[in-house]
Design a protein around this ligand. Structure first.
Ligand SMILES: *Cc1c(COP(=O)(O)O)cnc(C)c1O
Ligand code: SF4
Length: 461
C-alpha cells in the first residue's frame, strides 16, 4: 500500500494503542468452577458403601427414603435437632409425599440444611411454610381442563403432553402436578394416572385422530420410572404414527439418580432403540432433564450424560426458578455453564407455578426478568435458556419479558396467548412474601383484591 492511500484511512480505523484497548483481563483458571464437578466418595459420611454399590441404581432405589420415620432416623446425629423438628412438622403440612435418593441426601449440606438448594426442593419445613396467595388453585395450569382423555393434555395446536404414569424416582415439593403425582397426603387426594397400557391406548387413538399433532411430550410422573419395555413400546407406537415428527421423554432422573443411566442397561438400550428408530424415520427423539441447581451436577452426572451423548441422544434441560435454589445471577450462570459443560442444552427456565404450600419457593416475576438479562450474553446463544411463565389458567408458556402489564407493587402481571387462547388474558401473581406488608394486607381483603385485578386488566397495553 502506498503512503498516499494510507493517509486517507480515517484515524479511528487505526488499531488503538495497547493502553486504550478494551481487551478482556486475564482469567484465573481456578475461577472456572463449572468445570470442576464434585468427585470422589462424597457420600461416605452418610452412606458408608463402596463406589460400585453407590453407582448401582437398584441400590439407590432400594435405599431411597419415602417414609418420614426412616428419613428422620437417618438424620438423627447428622442434622441439627432443631432442623429435624422443623421437618417433622413440615411433612404433615405438605401437599406432596416425600421421596429422596441417597445421591441427593449425600449432596445436602447438613451443617446448614435450611439454606441448602437440594434440601429446599425435597424436604418441607414448617418454618418455611408461607401463606398461600389467595389467587392460587390446585391445578393452576388447568391441565385437566385441556385433557380430551385422561392423562393427555392438548393445549397447543401441534403438540400434546402425555402422562403415562404418576410416579417418580423422587417427589419434588413443588410439583405442578401435585393433583396427580405420588401417593395421597394428609392434605391432597390424587387423580389416578397409573401405568396402564389400556388407558394409554385411548391417548394413542386420540393422537392418531388429530393430524395436526406432530410433537408429543412424554412426562408423568417420570419416564425414569417407566420399565424399559414401556419406553420402547410408547416410543415406537408414537414414532410409527405418520403425523408424529418429534417426541421427548421428560425426566428428573439424571438430576436425582444418574446411576440409572450408568447401570440400568435395559432402560438405556430401550431409549437408544427409540432414538435409532427416530433417526431412521427422520424424526427427532430427545430427553428433557430437570436440573435446578449446579449442586445436582457431579462427575457421576457427567459420566451418565456422556453415555447418552455418545448414543446420539439430544439432551435439553428445563429448570424451575426457585428462591434459595437458583434465584441469583451467580447460581443461575453456574447452572447454565455446568449444563453446557455436560452437553445438555439449557432450554427453559420456568417462573415457578402457583402451587399450594410452596410459596417459599416462588420469586417475583421481576427476579426472573433480571436474571434473564444477566444470563443472555454470558454463554452461547443456543445455551441461553428461554425464561418463561406458564400462564395460570392454561395460557401456556409465555416469555417472561412479554407481559402486557406488570405492576411490581401489587405483583400482578398480565399475559396474552393469541395462538393458544385468543382474546383471553392470563394473570400471574407474585408471592405475598415479595410484597410490602401493606400490600399483603390488601390481598387479604376480597374487595381490594378485585380492585387490584381490575386495575391490572384495564392497564393492559
Ligand atoms: C410445555 C408443554 C408442551 C411443550 O411445549 P414446548 O414449548 O414445545 O416445550 C406441550 N403441551 C403442554 C400442555 C405443555 O405444558
Ligand atoms: S419429578 Fe417432575 S413430575 Fe415428579 S414430582 Fe418432581 S416435578 Fe413432579
Amino acid at each position: 500500500m502506498s503512503t498516499a492511500e494510507e493517509t486517507i484511512v480515517p484515524e479511528k480505523f487505526h488499531a488503538a494503542p495497547p493502553e486504550q484497548r478494551k481487551t478482556k483481563p486475564p482469567v484465573d483458571p481456578a475461577s472456572l468452577t463449572h468445570r470442576n464437578l464434585l468427585d470422589g466418595e462424597f457420600w461416605r459420611p452418610m452412606f458408608d458403601v463402596d463406589r460400585e454399590t453407590f453407582l448401582d441404581f437398584k441400590w439407590q432405589m432400594k435405599n431411597s427414603l419415602y417414609q418420614e420415620k426412616k428419613l428422620i432416623e437417618m438424620l438423627e446425629g447428622t442434622a441439627p435437632q432443631e432442623f429435624i423438628e422443623d421437618a417433622k412438622r413440615g411433612f404433615h403440612l405438605a401437599p406432596m409425599a416425600v421421596r429422596v435418593t441417597p445421591y441427593l441426601l449425600s449432596l445436602i449440606d447438613w451443617q446448614d440444611p435450611w439454606n441448602d438448594p437440594i434440601r429446599t426442593q425435597f424436604i418441607p419445613l414448617a418454618s418455611r411454610l408461607y401463606e398461600d396467595h389467595p389467587m392460587l388453585t390446585l391445578d393452576s395450569l388447568h391441565e385437566q381442563e385441556d385433557a380430551p382423555v385422561p392423562g393427555l393434555t392438548h393445549r397447543y395446536f401441534d403438540k400434546a403432553l402425555f402422562l403415562p404414569l404418576n410416579t417418580c424416582p423422587v417427589y419434588c415439593r413443588f410439583c405442578t402436578r401435585s393433583y396427580a403425582i405420588g401417593v395421597d397426603t394428609d392434605t391432597v387426594e390424587k387423580v389416578d394416572l397409573k401405568v396402564d397400557p389400556k388407558r394409554w391406548e385411548q391417548a394413542f387413538a386420540y393422537i392418531e385422530s388429530r393430524p395436526e399433532l406432530e410433537d408429543i411430550v412424554i412426562s408423568g410422573g417420570d419416564a425414569f420410572n417407566l420399565p424399559a419395555k414401556y419406553i420402547q413400546m410408547i416410543g415406537e407406537r408414537l414414532l410409527n404414527m405418520p403425523n408424529i415428527r418429534r417426541i421427548r421423554f421428560a425426566t428428573k432422573g439424571p438430576a436425582v439418580m444418574p446411576m440409572k443411566v450408568l447401570s440400568d442397561t435395559d432402560w438405556v438400550d430401550a431409549l437408544t432403540a427409540v432414538n435409532d428408530l427416530g433417526r431412521k424415520l427422520h424424526k427427532h427423539v430427545c430427553l428433557h432433564t430437570h436440573f435446578n441447581t449446579p449442586n445436582e451436577i457431579t462427575e457421576i452426572t457427567r459420566e451418565a450424560m456422556n453415555v447418552l451423548f455418545e448414543r446420539g441422544i439430544t439432551l435439553r434441560n428445563q429448570s424451575v426458578l426457585q428462591a434459595g435454589v437458583n434465584d441469583t445471577t451467580e447460581v443461575m450462570q453456574e447452572l447454565v455453564r455446568r449444563l453446557s459443560e455436560i452437553n445438555v442444552h439449557p432450554y427453559y427456565v420456568y417462573q415457578h407455578d402457583m402451587v399450594r404450600g410452596v410459596e417459599d419457593l416462588r420469586t417475583s416475576l421481576k427476579t426472573n426478568i433480571d436474571i434473564e438479562k444477566f444470563i443472555r450474553g454470558s454463554v452461547a446463544g443456543f445455551n441461553s435458556p428461554v425464561f418463561v411463565v406458564d400462564a395460570p389458567g392454561g395460557g401456556g408458556k409465555r416469555v417472561a419479558h412479554s407481559f402486557e402489564h406488570y405492576n411490581t407493587e401489587t405483583g400482578v402481571s398480565v399475559f396474552t396467548a393469541p395462538s393458544v387462547k385468543p382474546g383471553q388474558k392470563f394473570l400471574y401473581f407474585d408471592p405475598l412474601h415479595s410484597l410490602t406488608e401493606d400490600m399483603r394486607e390488601r390481598w387479604r381483603d376480597p374487595v381490594e383484591r378485585r380492585i387490584m385485578v381490575d386495575e391490572a386488566l384495564n392497564a393492559c397495553r
